[in-house]
Ligand binder design. Structure first.
Ligand SMILES: *[C@@H]1O[C@H](CO)[C@@H](O)[C@H](O)[C@H]1NC(C)=O
Ligand SMILES: *[C@@H]1O[C@H](CO)[C@@H](O)[C@H](O)[C@H]1NC(C)=O
Ligand SMILES: *[C@@H]1O[C@H](CO)[C@@H](O)[C@H](O)[C@H]1NC(C)=O
Ligand SMILES: CC(=O)N[C@H]1CO[C@H](CO)[C@@H](O)[C@@H]1O
Length: 454
């Protein structure tokens, strides 16, 4: 076909199918990456596949419309007249069960409609089945991993990990010393899906992902080089190609989150590095005893705070806490997190350590106190404390009054805390360099665009 390139426009025959995972914070970053590529290649056709529900948020009228990107709705896998059982993960499991057939039939529709065969599959990294699908279609496969490199490596090495620690996991927390780039790692740091709950739909999907990713044309990741060179090398030796193209918060315009509660104005009234910011992300509310311990430590410590809290503060926090801390603290349901973390008044972030929040803290230059819950969060927390040394966990991973106060003291007032701040500012510098014109992430993005659109 290359011999024809001069005569007919080959770009016009290219059709990129984008397969999004329609839960959590997965589909939006994939869409923004693909939009960046689609802007560079206006003659290439892009078809974006997600569920009706996810599609409705992603393609709301306030978002930019691209003429060469069309979206299609994939069946969500829920039976007709579906009555939720109350298990929060059930819709995700049903969706996983419906894959890949639900994607295949809509992709056929897009091929028929455009008259163009699919030449490249850009997918969520979860979608292990894309390796075979791409082979069948003689197309490329370009998966995007939206979390950090270390958790990706853990999924690639799942068989090794299970083999080595399989029998010991029941006994007690064992040190793990056979993985490169993971100092002080313990078995309990691994995601449940790797060591405990290994037969569930999610675990099966992640396991297959780890086995299939080496077949991908290139694996893209929302991270930047220098974050962990040892692990990057290890991934590179397993993959055909790995491209760090993040952090997306620096490469892609972020949705503007209204500061309804005046957090920034409030921060303006405080001294540099004096405020504690607390958020557990959009999924988890910590158990009651930990919330009580957290509230008690916030009341006792000397630091003002912003608490982004999804629960009901009057009901879930100790009686009178909201009233007593009205001047010292600000409790908000939703906060412009990145803007807050970039504010010079913020001194530490108490976080569930999801990857997006870790990147927010790096870009804000704010050290962390970690209280991880599930998925990759414990691995992230381990990296934060033991590799990057930009934060600290609470004792035994549980918020008690004593451990929280200790961690606040350490990060906010001690010499060690200063060193953490210094180290995270260094990482921030690397992140900023990576996305500049000749930076690694910027160059990698050009390479990625080349691969997807030729
Ligand atoms: C698409 O692929 C099918 C099956 O491989 C082939 O028969 C057909 O000619 C292709 N169509 C175009 C437009 O390239
Ligand atoms: C506070 O931080 C800002 C921004 O980093 C800096 O410009 C300013 O000099 C700092 N003020 C003090 C008193 O350290
Ligand atoms: C980027 O690299 C190119 C080629 O080496 C050079 O010409 C250009 O000046 C560089 N741009 C920046 C902003 O450093
Ligand atoms: C079938 C369906 O609901 N499709 C929707 C996908 O999202 C766009 C934008 O919100 C709607 O216009 C479509 O109706």
């Amino acid at each position: 076909m290359s011999s024809l390139k001069g005569e007919i426009n080959v770009d016009k025959l290219l059709h990129v199918a984008v397969l999004a995972f329609p839960f959590g914070t997965h589909a939006a970053p994939l869409l923004s990456l693909v939009k960046r590529i689609a802007r560079e290649a206006p003659k290439v056709t892009f078809s974006f596949f997600s569920t009706t529900k996810s599609n409705a948020t992603l393609f709301s009228s306030s978002n930019e419309f691209l003429p060469n990107l069309k979206h299609y709705n994939v069946h969500d896998g829920l039976p007709q007249n579906y009555v939720p059982s109350g298990h929060p993960l059930e819709p995700i499991f049903l969706f996983i069960k419906a894959m890949p057939e639900n994607y295949k039939c809509v992709m056929d529709e897009a091929v028929a409609e455009t008259g163009k065969n699919i030449t490249c599959l850009v997918t969520d990294a979860f979608y292990w089945f894309s390796a075979d699908l791409a082979d069948e279609m003689h197309a490329k496969w370009v998966p995007l991993w939206t979390a950090g490199p270390h958790s990706l490596l853990a999924h690639v090495y799942t068989d090794l990990i299970r083999e080595k620690i399989g029998s010991k996991k029941e006994d007690h927390d064992v040190n793990v010393d056979f993985l490169p780039g993971f100092p002080k790692l313990k078995t309990s740091d691994f995601p449940q899906e790797i060591v405990n709950d290994i037969d569930g739909p999610f675990a099966t999907m992640l396991h297959k992902m780890g086995l299939e990713l080496p077949r991908a044309t290139v694996v893209a990741i929302n991270s930047f080089s220098t974050v962990h060179p040892l692990i990057e090398n290890e991934l590179n030796s397993n993959f055909k190609m790995l491209l760090n193209v993040g952090p997306f918060i620096l490469t892609t315009p972020q949705p503007i989150i209204a500061d309804e509660h005046g957090c920034i104005a409030w921060l303006n009234q405080h001294k540099n590095s004096s405020v504690v910011y607390i958020s557990f992300g959009s999924v988890v509310i910590p158990p009651p005893h930990e919330l009580t311990a957290l509230a008690e430590s916030l009341e006792e410590c000397e630091f003002p705070f912003i608490l982004a809290f999804r629960g009901n503060p009057e009901e879930n926090l100790p009686k009178g806490f909201v009233e007593r801390t009205r001047t010292k603290g600000k409790i908000v349901a939703w906060a412009p997190q990145l803007e807050i973390l970039k504010h010079s008044s913020v001194g530490v972030c108490l976080t569930h350590s999801g990857w997006n929040s870790v990147l927010d803290c790096i870009v804000g230059g704010v050290p962390m106190i970690t209280r991880p819950f599930f998925g990759d969060q414990k691995l992230n927390a381990r990296m934060i404390e033991s590799v990057w040394e930009i934060g600290v966990g609470v004792d035994n991973g549980v918020l008690t009054k004593e451990s929280t106060l200790k961690a606040l003291e350490l990060t906010m007032s001690s010499e060690k805390g200063k060193i953490m701040r210094h180290k995270i500012l260094k990482l921030k510098e690397f992140a900023l360099e990576a996305v500049q014109q000749n930076g690694t992430s910027a160059k990698n993005f050009n390479t990625l665009t080349q691969i997807v659109t030729c």
